[in-house]
Design a binder for this molecule. Sequence first.
Ligand code: ADP
Ligand code: UVW
Ligand code: MG
Length: 423
Amino acid sequence: MENKIILSINAGSSSVKVSVYKARSKSEDPQELAVVEINGLTAPPTTFEYNRGPEKIKGKELSDIESQDDAFNYILKHLEEDEGLPELSDRDNTAYACHRVVHGGDYNTAKVLNEDTYEHIEKLSDLAPLHNASALAIIRSSRKAIPNTTNLAFFDTSFHSTLPASTRTYAISPTIASKNKLRKYGFHGLSYASILSSFSSHLNKAPSKTSFIALHLGSGASACAIGNGQSIDTSMGLTPLGGLPGATRSGDIDPSLVFHYTHSAGAPSRSATKDLHITQAEQILNKESGWKALASTTDFGHISANREIDEGCRIAFDLFVDRVAGYVGAYFVKLEGKVDGLVFAGGIGEKGIDLRKEVGKKLRCMGFDLDEERNKHADVSKQRVVEIGKKVFVCRTDEQLEMARGCVQRSWEMDKGYQFLSI
Ligand SMILES: Nc1ncnc2c1ncn2[C@@H]1O[C@H](COP(=O)(O)OP(=O)(O)O)[C@@H](O)[C@H]1O
Ligand SMILES: CC(=O)OP(=O)(O)O
Ligand SMILES: [Mg+2]
Protein backbone atom coordinates (compact mmCIF):
# COMPACT_ATOMS: atom_id res chain seq x y z
CA MET A 1 0.00 0.00 0.00
CA GLU A 2 2.90 2.38 0.73
CA ASN A 3 3.23 5.22 -1.77
CA LYS A 4 0.06 4.28 -3.58
CA ILE A 5 -2.04 7.20 -4.79
CA ILE A 6 -5.59 7.59 -3.50
CA LEU A 7 -8.20 9.94 -4.94
CA SER A 8 -11.00 10.82 -2.52
CA ILE A 9 -14.11 12.19 -4.16
CA ASN A 10 -16.84 13.89 -2.14
CA ALA A 11 -19.91 14.84 -4.14
CA GLY A 12 -22.17 17.03 -1.96
CA SER A 13 -25.43 18.59 -3.05
CA SER A 14 -23.76 21.91 -3.93
CA SER A 15 -20.11 20.94 -4.33
CA VAL A 16 -17.54 18.40 -5.44
CA LYS A 17 -14.38 18.14 -3.38
CA VAL A 18 -11.48 15.91 -4.41
CA SER A 19 -8.33 15.27 -2.37
CA VAL A 20 -5.24 13.45 -3.59
CA TYR A 21 -3.23 11.39 -1.10
CA LYS A 22 -0.13 9.28 -1.01
CA ALA A 23 -0.47 6.30 1.32
CA ARG A 24 2.10 5.84 4.06
CA SER A 25 2.02 2.92 6.48
CA LYS A 26 -1.22 1.34 7.66
CA SER A 27 -1.04 3.09 10.99
CA GLU A 28 -0.38 6.59 9.59
CA ASP A 29 -2.76 9.04 7.95
CA PRO A 30 -2.10 9.27 4.22
CA GLN A 31 -0.17 12.33 3.08
CA GLU A 32 -2.34 14.98 1.41
CA LEU A 33 -0.83 16.11 -1.91
CA ALA A 34 -3.59 18.36 -3.25
CA VAL A 35 -7.19 19.45 -2.60
CA VAL A 36 -9.58 20.73 -5.24
CA GLU A 37 -13.08 22.08 -4.69
CA ILE A 38 -15.81 23.20 -7.00
CA ASN A 39 -18.49 24.99 -4.98
CA GLY A 40 -21.73 26.80 -5.70
CA LEU A 41 -23.37 24.20 -7.95
CA THR A 42 -26.77 25.35 -6.68
CA ALA A 43 -25.82 29.06 -6.63
CA PRO A 44 -23.88 30.00 -9.78
CA PRO A 45 -21.29 31.27 -10.48
CA THR A 46 -19.59 28.00 -9.78
CA THR A 47 -16.19 28.58 -8.21
CA PHE A 48 -12.96 26.64 -8.28
CA GLU A 49 -10.34 26.31 -5.55
CA TYR A 50 -7.03 24.51 -5.69
CA ASN A 51 -4.44 23.89 -3.03
CA ARG A 52 -1.20 22.05 -3.66
CA GLY A 53 1.59 23.20 -1.37
CA PRO A 54 2.52 26.67 -2.58
CA GLU A 55 0.22 26.48 -5.61
CA LYS A 56 -3.14 28.10 -4.74
CA ILE A 57 -6.12 29.15 -6.82
CA LYS A 58 -9.09 30.67 -5.01
CA GLY A 59 -12.52 31.67 -6.26
CA LYS A 60 -11.88 31.23 -10.00
CA GLU A 61 -15.29 31.34 -11.70
CA LEU A 62 -16.17 28.52 -14.07
CA SER A 63 -18.79 28.31 -16.77
CA ASP A 64 -20.30 25.15 -18.29
CA ILE A 65 -20.23 23.21 -15.02
CA GLU A 66 -23.78 22.09 -14.54
CA SER A 67 -23.55 18.88 -12.60
CA GLN A 68 -21.38 17.09 -10.07
CA ASP A 69 -20.10 14.89 -12.91
CA ASP A 70 -19.03 17.94 -14.98
CA ALA A 71 -17.23 19.19 -11.88
CA PHE A 72 -15.46 15.86 -11.37
CA ASN A 73 -14.26 15.70 -14.99
CA TYR A 74 -12.99 19.29 -14.79
CA ILE A 75 -11.12 18.48 -11.58
CA LEU A 76 -9.56 15.34 -13.01
CA LYS A 77 -8.27 17.23 -16.03
CA HIS A 78 -6.87 19.99 -13.81
CA LEU A 79 -5.02 17.47 -11.65
CA GLU A 80 -3.59 15.66 -14.63
CA GLU A 81 -2.36 18.85 -16.22
CA ASP A 82 -0.69 20.21 -13.09
CA GLU A 83 3.02 19.78 -13.72
CA GLY A 84 3.69 20.09 -10.01
CA LEU A 85 1.72 16.88 -9.43
CA PRO A 86 3.66 14.30 -11.46
CA GLU A 87 2.01 11.52 -9.43
CA LEU A 88 -1.18 12.06 -11.43
CA SER A 89 0.27 12.58 -14.88
CA ASP A 90 0.01 8.83 -15.47
CA ARG A 91 -3.54 7.69 -14.83
CA ASP A 92 -2.41 4.20 -13.92
CA ASN A 93 -0.68 5.54 -10.82
CA THR A 94 -3.97 6.02 -9.01
CA ALA A 95 -4.51 2.83 -7.04
CA TYR A 96 -7.82 3.70 -5.40
CA ALA A 97 -10.68 6.08 -6.06
CA CYS A 98 -12.82 6.52 -2.95
CA HIS A 99 -16.34 7.79 -3.57
CA ARG A 100 -18.63 9.33 -0.97
CA VAL A 101 -22.05 7.77 -1.50
CA VAL A 102 -24.73 9.33 0.63
CA HIS A 103 -27.22 6.45 0.91
CA GLY A 104 -25.88 2.98 1.54
CA GLY A 105 -29.10 1.44 2.91
CA ASP A 106 -28.15 -1.46 5.17
CA TYR A 107 -24.45 -1.48 4.17
CA ASN A 108 -22.55 -0.88 7.39
CA THR A 109 -19.08 -0.66 5.91
CA ALA A 110 -17.27 0.61 2.81
CA LYS A 111 -17.53 -1.59 -0.27
CA VAL A 112 -15.49 -2.26 -3.35
CA LEU A 113 -17.57 -1.22 -6.31
CA ASN A 114 -18.58 -4.13 -8.46
CA GLU A 115 -21.79 -4.90 -10.30
CA ASP A 116 -23.62 -5.95 -7.13
CA THR A 117 -22.66 -2.97 -5.02
CA TYR A 118 -23.27 -0.58 -7.92
CA GLU A 119 -26.76 -2.00 -8.35
CA HIS A 120 -27.41 -1.76 -4.59
CA ILE A 121 -26.56 1.97 -4.69
CA GLU A 122 -28.59 2.50 -7.84
CA LYS A 123 -31.66 1.02 -6.15
CA LEU A 124 -31.31 3.58 -3.35
CA SER A 125 -31.20 6.57 -5.70
CA ASP A 126 -34.78 7.55 -5.00
CA LEU A 127 -33.95 7.76 -1.28
CA ALA A 128 -31.22 10.37 -1.83
CA PRO A 129 -32.52 12.32 -4.82
CA LEU A 130 -29.88 15.06 -4.61
CA HIS A 131 -26.98 12.68 -4.17
CA ASN A 132 -26.83 9.01 -5.17
CA ALA A 133 -27.41 9.51 -8.90
CA SER A 134 -24.64 12.15 -9.05
CA ALA A 135 -22.27 9.84 -7.17
CA LEU A 136 -23.04 7.05 -9.63
CA ALA A 137 -22.39 9.35 -12.59
CA ILE A 138 -18.99 10.18 -11.08
CA ILE A 139 -18.28 6.51 -10.45
CA ARG A 140 -18.99 5.77 -14.12
CA SER A 141 -16.73 8.65 -15.22
CA SER A 142 -14.00 7.50 -12.88
CA ARG A 143 -14.29 3.97 -14.22
CA LYS A 144 -13.89 5.29 -17.75
CA ALA A 145 -11.15 7.85 -17.11
CA ILE A 146 -9.00 5.77 -14.74
CA PRO A 147 -9.85 2.19 -15.67
CA ASN A 148 -7.10 0.48 -13.69
CA THR A 149 -8.16 1.98 -10.40
CA THR A 150 -10.09 0.10 -7.71
CA ASN A 151 -13.24 2.10 -6.99
CA LEU A 152 -14.49 2.05 -3.42
CA ALA A 153 -17.74 3.40 -2.02
CA PHE A 154 -17.93 4.92 1.47
CA PHE A 155 -21.39 5.59 2.85
CA ASP A 156 -22.80 8.48 4.87
CA THR A 157 -25.22 6.07 6.47
CA SER A 158 -22.69 3.55 7.89
CA PHE A 159 -21.73 5.67 10.91
CA HIS A 160 -25.35 5.57 12.07
CA SER A 161 -25.69 1.78 12.07
CA THR A 162 -25.52 2.03 15.88
CA LEU A 163 -28.83 3.94 16.19
CA PRO A 164 -30.97 2.16 18.80
CA ALA A 165 -34.24 0.60 17.63
CA SER A 166 -36.30 3.17 19.55
CA THR A 167 -34.61 5.92 17.53
CA ARG A 168 -34.45 4.38 14.10
CA THR A 169 -38.03 3.08 14.07
CA TYR A 170 -40.90 5.13 12.71
CA ALA A 171 -44.34 4.67 14.28
CA ILE A 172 -45.84 3.01 11.22
CA SER A 173 -46.80 -0.57 10.31
CA PRO A 174 -43.78 -2.75 11.19
CA THR A 175 -44.65 -5.12 8.32
CA ILE A 176 -44.53 -2.37 5.70
CA ALA A 177 -41.53 -0.73 7.38
CA SER A 178 -39.58 -3.98 7.22
CA LYS A 179 -40.68 -4.84 3.67
CA ASN A 180 -39.85 -1.40 2.28
CA LYS A 181 -36.87 -0.78 4.60
CA LEU A 182 -38.47 2.37 6.00
CA ARG A 183 -36.44 3.57 8.94
CA LYS A 184 -34.14 6.34 10.04
CA TYR A 185 -30.76 5.87 8.35
CA GLY A 186 -29.09 9.23 9.06
CA PHE A 187 -26.47 10.92 6.87
CA HIS A 188 -23.24 12.98 6.98
CA GLY A 189 -21.69 9.92 8.65
CA LEU A 190 -18.26 10.35 7.05
CA SER A 191 -18.24 13.87 8.39
CA TYR A 192 -19.26 12.73 11.87
CA ALA A 193 -16.57 10.03 11.84
CA SER A 194 -14.02 12.69 10.86
CA ILE A 195 -15.25 15.08 13.58
CA LEU A 196 -15.15 12.28 16.17
CA SER A 197 -11.56 11.48 15.27
CA SER A 198 -10.39 15.12 15.34
CA PHE A 199 -12.38 16.10 18.43
CA SER A 200 -11.36 13.09 20.53
CA SER A 201 -7.71 13.60 19.66
CA HIS A 202 -8.07 17.32 20.51
CA LEU A 203 -9.38 16.29 23.93
CA ASN A 204 -6.75 13.56 24.23
CA LYS A 205 -9.45 10.98 24.79
CA ALA A 206 -10.21 7.66 23.14
CA PRO A 207 -12.98 8.05 20.56
CA SER A 208 -14.93 5.36 22.43
CA LYS A 209 -14.91 7.58 25.54
CA THR A 210 -15.91 10.80 23.77
CA SER A 211 -19.50 12.07 23.94
CA PHE A 212 -20.68 15.24 22.25
CA ILE A 213 -23.22 16.95 20.05
CA ALA A 214 -22.01 17.53 16.50
CA LEU A 215 -23.57 19.90 13.98
CA HIS A 216 -22.75 19.40 10.31
CA LEU A 217 -24.18 22.56 8.77
CA GLY A 218 -23.61 22.78 5.02
CA SER A 219 -25.89 22.77 2.00
CA GLY A 220 -27.52 19.88 3.76
CA ALA A 221 -27.53 20.27 7.53
CA SER A 222 -27.84 17.75 10.33
CA ALA A 223 -27.15 17.24 14.01
CA CYS A 224 -25.82 14.12 15.70
CA ALA A 225 -25.73 12.95 19.30
CA ILE A 226 -22.58 10.91 19.80
CA GLY A 227 -22.42 8.88 23.00
CA ASN A 228 -19.12 7.11 23.75
CA GLY A 229 -18.10 7.37 20.11
CA GLN A 230 -21.35 6.03 18.67
CA SER A 231 -24.20 7.71 16.90
CA ILE A 232 -27.21 7.50 19.20
CA ASP A 233 -29.42 9.91 17.27
CA THR A 234 -29.21 12.12 14.24
CA SER A 235 -31.65 14.51 12.64
CA MET A 236 -31.86 13.24 9.05
CA GLY A 237 -34.06 10.21 8.50
CA LEU A 238 -35.04 7.79 5.77
CA THR A 239 -33.64 10.36 3.33
CA PRO A 240 -31.49 13.48 3.76
CA LEU A 241 -34.66 15.58 3.65
CA GLY A 242 -35.63 15.10 7.30
CA GLY A 243 -34.51 17.19 10.26
CA LEU A 244 -32.92 20.59 9.75
CA PRO A 245 -33.72 22.76 6.72
CA GLY A 246 -30.97 23.29 4.15
CA ALA A 247 -30.08 25.19 0.99
CA THR A 248 -32.98 23.79 -1.04
CA ARG A 249 -34.56 21.39 1.48
CA SER A 250 -37.46 22.03 3.82
CA GLY A 251 -36.28 19.78 6.64
CA ASP A 252 -39.01 18.48 8.95
CA ILE A 253 -42.54 19.56 8.21
CA ASP A 254 -45.90 18.16 9.21
CA PRO A 255 -46.16 15.18 6.83
CA SER A 256 -49.60 16.30 5.65
CA LEU A 257 -48.38 19.75 4.63
CA VAL A 258 -47.40 18.60 1.18
CA PHE A 259 -50.95 17.50 0.32
CA HIS A 260 -52.15 21.01 1.10
CA TYR A 261 -49.29 22.57 -0.84
CA THR A 262 -50.23 20.79 -4.09
CA HIS A 263 -52.97 18.43 -5.22
CA SER A 264 -50.52 16.50 -7.36
CA ALA A 265 -48.02 15.62 -4.63
CA GLY A 266 -47.75 11.99 -5.74
CA ALA A 267 -47.50 12.66 -9.47
CA PRO A 268 -44.11 12.31 -11.14
CA SER A 269 -42.10 15.50 -11.15
CA ARG A 270 -40.98 16.98 -14.44
CA SER A 271 -37.41 16.33 -13.33
CA ALA A 272 -38.11 12.60 -12.89
CA THR A 273 -35.94 10.47 -15.15
CA LYS A 274 -35.71 6.81 -16.06
CA ASP A 275 -33.20 6.41 -13.24
CA LEU A 276 -34.68 8.77 -10.67
CA HIS A 277 -38.35 8.43 -9.80
CA ILE A 278 -39.07 11.67 -8.05
CA THR A 279 -42.58 12.90 -7.24
CA GLN A 280 -43.70 16.51 -7.25
CA ALA A 281 -43.74 16.47 -3.46
CA GLU A 282 -40.13 15.31 -3.36
CA GLN A 283 -39.14 17.88 -5.97
CA ILE A 284 -40.76 20.71 -3.98
CA LEU A 285 -39.39 19.67 -0.60
CA ASN A 286 -35.88 18.69 -1.77
CA LYS A 287 -35.14 21.20 -4.48
CA GLU A 288 -37.46 24.17 -4.14
CA SER A 289 -37.59 24.80 -0.40
CA GLY A 290 -35.11 25.79 2.30
CA TRP A 291 -33.08 28.99 1.88
CA LYS A 292 -33.86 29.08 -1.82
CA ALA A 293 -37.60 29.42 -1.08
CA LEU A 294 -37.31 31.71 1.92
CA ALA A 295 -34.48 34.01 0.86
CA SER A 296 -34.09 33.41 -2.91
CA THR A 297 -30.50 32.32 -2.43
CA THR A 298 -28.76 29.12 -1.37
CA ASP A 299 -25.76 31.02 -0.05
CA PHE A 300 -25.98 31.12 3.73
CA GLY A 301 -23.12 33.63 3.86
CA HIS A 302 -25.36 36.05 1.93
CA ILE A 303 -28.31 35.30 4.23
CA SER A 304 -26.25 36.00 7.29
CA ALA A 305 -24.79 39.25 5.92
CA ASN A 306 -28.15 40.60 4.72
CA ARG A 307 -30.49 39.58 7.49
CA GLU A 308 -30.79 43.11 8.92
CA ILE A 309 -32.01 44.52 5.61
CA ASP A 310 -33.83 41.64 3.95
CA GLU A 311 -36.94 40.07 5.46
CA GLY A 312 -36.43 36.72 3.67
CA CYS A 313 -32.85 36.47 4.90
CA ARG A 314 -33.95 37.36 8.43
CA ILE A 315 -36.55 34.64 8.67
CA ALA A 316 -34.23 32.05 7.08
CA PHE A 317 -31.49 32.90 9.58
CA ASP A 318 -33.76 33.01 12.64
CA LEU A 319 -35.53 29.82 11.69
CA PHE A 320 -32.21 28.00 11.35
CA VAL A 321 -31.04 29.24 14.76
CA ASP A 322 -34.33 28.07 16.25
CA ARG A 323 -34.17 24.58 14.72
CA VAL A 324 -30.46 24.02 15.44
CA ALA A 325 -30.87 25.06 19.09
CA GLY A 326 -33.87 22.73 19.36
CA TYR A 327 -31.83 19.71 18.28
CA VAL A 328 -28.98 20.56 20.62
CA GLY A 329 -31.46 20.75 23.50
CA ALA A 330 -33.01 17.41 22.59
CA TYR A 331 -29.64 15.69 22.16
CA PHE A 332 -28.31 17.12 25.42
CA VAL A 333 -31.18 15.32 27.13
CA LYS A 334 -30.58 12.09 25.16
CA LEU A 335 -26.95 12.17 26.28
CA GLU A 336 -28.14 12.82 29.86
CA GLY A 337 -26.08 15.99 29.94
CA LYS A 338 -22.82 13.99 29.73
CA VAL A 339 -21.24 15.88 26.86
CA ASP A 340 -17.65 16.88 26.21
CA GLY A 341 -18.81 19.68 23.99
CA LEU A 342 -20.83 21.08 21.15
CA VAL A 343 -18.98 21.00 17.82
CA PHE A 344 -19.81 23.10 14.76
CA ALA A 345 -18.67 21.84 11.33
CA GLY A 346 -19.58 21.97 7.61
CA GLY A 347 -19.48 25.08 5.41
CA ILE A 348 -21.87 27.10 7.61
CA GLY A 349 -20.64 25.62 10.89
CA GLU A 350 -17.02 26.44 10.05
CA LYS A 351 -17.53 29.88 8.50
CA GLY A 352 -20.83 31.16 9.90
CA ILE A 353 -19.64 33.38 12.75
CA ASP A 354 -23.03 35.01 13.33
CA LEU A 355 -24.93 31.75 13.15
CA ARG A 356 -22.65 30.23 15.79
CA LYS A 357 -22.99 33.33 17.95
CA GLU A 358 -26.79 33.32 17.88
CA VAL A 359 -27.05 29.56 18.46
CA GLY A 360 -24.53 29.97 21.28
CA LYS A 361 -26.71 32.58 23.01
CA LYS A 362 -29.62 30.15 23.18
CA LEU A 363 -27.51 27.35 24.63
CA ARG A 364 -25.88 29.14 27.52
CA CYS A 365 -28.52 27.67 29.83
CA MET A 366 -27.03 24.21 29.19
CA GLY A 367 -23.48 25.22 30.09
CA PHE A 368 -22.21 25.92 26.55
CA ASP A 369 -20.60 29.32 26.90
CA LEU A 370 -19.47 30.75 23.56
CA ASP A 371 -16.87 33.51 23.75
CA GLU A 372 -17.68 36.16 21.13
CA GLU A 373 -14.08 37.19 20.44
CA ARG A 374 -12.82 33.63 20.10
CA ASN A 375 -15.81 32.83 17.92
CA LYS A 376 -15.03 35.74 15.63
CA HIS A 377 -11.42 34.72 15.13
CA ALA A 378 -11.82 30.96 14.93
CA ASP A 379 -9.77 29.74 11.97
CA VAL A 380 -9.88 26.04 11.28
CA SER A 381 -7.67 26.24 8.21
CA LYS A 382 -4.55 25.93 10.36
CA GLN A 383 -5.84 23.81 13.20
CA ARG A 384 -8.54 21.17 12.85
CA VAL A 385 -10.32 21.95 16.12
CA VAL A 386 -10.62 25.39 17.68
CA GLU A 387 -12.20 25.99 21.09
CA ILE A 388 -14.48 29.04 20.98
CA GLY A 389 -15.74 29.03 24.56
CA LYS A 390 -16.57 26.71 27.40
CA LYS A 391 -17.55 23.40 25.79
CA VAL A 392 -17.99 24.98 22.34
CA PHE A 393 -15.75 24.09 19.39
CA VAL A 394 -15.41 24.50 15.65
CA CYS A 395 -13.97 21.57 13.70
CA ARG A 396 -12.77 21.39 10.10
CA THR A 397 -14.46 18.25 8.93
CA ASP A 398 -12.72 16.21 6.24
CA GLU A 399 -14.82 13.58 4.57
CA GLN A 400 -12.12 12.95 1.95
CA LEU A 401 -9.49 12.17 4.59
CA GLU A 402 -11.92 9.89 6.39
CA MET A 403 -12.35 7.84 3.21
CA ALA A 404 -8.61 7.76 2.47
CA ARG A 405 -7.97 6.55 6.03
CA GLY A 406 -10.53 3.81 5.60
CA CYS A 407 -8.90 2.89 2.32
CA VAL A 408 -5.45 2.58 3.87
CA GLN A 409 -6.71 0.65 6.88
CA ARG A 410 -8.69 -1.86 4.83
CA SER A 411 -6.54 -2.04 1.74
CA TRP A 412 -5.28 -5.53 2.47
CA GLU A 413 -8.77 -7.04 2.39
CA MET A 414 -9.83 -4.94 -0.54
CA ASP A 415 -6.82 -5.97 -2.56
CA LYS A 416 -8.06 -9.54 -2.55
CA GLY A 417 -9.37 -9.28 -6.05
CA TYR A 418 -12.93 -8.04 -6.36
CA GLN A 419 -13.43 -6.97 -9.92
CA PHE A 420 -15.48 -4.13 -11.22
CA LEU A 421 -17.20 -5.72 -14.18
CA SER A 422 -19.10 -4.08 -16.98
CA ILE A 423 -20.77 -0.85 -15.92
N1 ADP B 1 -18.95 32.90 5.34
C1 ADP B 1 -19.97 32.05 5.35
N2 ADP B 1 -20.92 32.18 6.31
C2 ADP B 1 -21.94 31.30 6.36
N3 ADP B 1 -22.11 30.30 5.49
C3 ADP B 1 -21.20 30.16 4.51
C4 ADP B 1 -20.09 31.01 4.40
N4 ADP B 1 -19.35 30.59 3.34
C5 ADP B 1 -19.99 29.51 2.81
N5 ADP B 1 -21.09 29.22 3.53
C6 ADP B 1 -22.10 28.19 3.26
O1 ADP B 1 -21.57 26.88 3.32
C7 ADP B 1 -22.42 26.05 2.51
C8 ADP B 1 -21.61 24.98 1.85
O2 ADP B 1 -21.21 24.10 2.82
P1 ADP B 1 -20.48 22.74 2.44
O3 ADP B 1 -20.46 21.92 3.68
O4 ADP B 1 -19.18 23.07 1.83
O5 ADP B 1 -21.48 22.21 1.32
P2 ADP B 1 -21.89 20.81 0.80
O6 ADP B 1 -23.07 20.46 1.60
O7 ADP B 1 -22.18 20.97 -0.65
O8 ADP B 1 -20.76 19.87 1.08
C9 ADP B 1 -23.09 26.94 1.48
O9 ADP B 1 -24.49 26.87 1.68
C10 ADP B 1 -22.59 28.31 1.82
O10 ADP B 1 -23.67 29.17 1.81
C1 UVW C 1 -26.34 14.20 3.14
C2 UVW C 1 -26.22 15.58 2.66
O1 UVW C 1 -27.16 16.32 2.74
O2 UVW C 1 -25.02 15.95 2.14
P1 UVW C 1 -24.59 17.42 1.65
O3 UVW C 1 -24.78 18.33 2.80
O4 UVW C 1 -23.15 17.27 1.27
O5 UVW C 1 -25.46 17.79 0.51
MG1 MG D 1 -21.01 18.28 2.29
